[in-house]
Design a protein around this ligand. Sequence first.
Ligand code: ADP
Ligand code: MG
Length: 153
Amino acid sequence: MILPDEAATKRVGEILARAIQPGTTIALIGDLGAGKTTLVTGLVGALGGTASSPTFSLVNEYPTRRFVVWHIDLYRLEREAELVELGLDDMIENRLGICVIEWADKFDVLPADHLRLELVHEGDTRRLTATGTGPRGELLASTLEGELLGSES
Ligand code: ADP
Ligand code: MG
């Protein structure tokens, strides 16, 4: 579906914030400037936290009202072995928080159950494709689709 502006991208994060359960992983796929961090800002903001861009830190940890959010950006990660130092597996397996991973397709990091969000530039707007794999991922994808279609007129 088309996200016409930045507010629409944030709103996707806000919708997900209402439906997401701890222990969930979201993969964010898309070029530089596609809106991945914008979406995380909407998600974390709606949970009562404050997100920043982790491009230089690889991992940011945000406390929120409901659970911790680990915001991971693999853009600058060069070797798959560094994932071990990051402790990514522990974050993904942790049932008390959620993981949101920018450039998640760069390495083979995703758990079986996840929501994949792909953002593609389309003129001045963005096209979002949501694909759920596994029970949590599928539920989030259908919730998102329902909410976004319901708001179209
Ligand atoms: P990424 O993390 O994918 O590199 P960012 O979220 O940092 O991208 O930046 C995306 C840029 O595009 C920001 O300037 C943001 O305001 C803008 N943007 C986000 N979503 C949309 C949208 N749906 N339509 C137009 N511009 C958008
Ligand atoms: Mg980013």
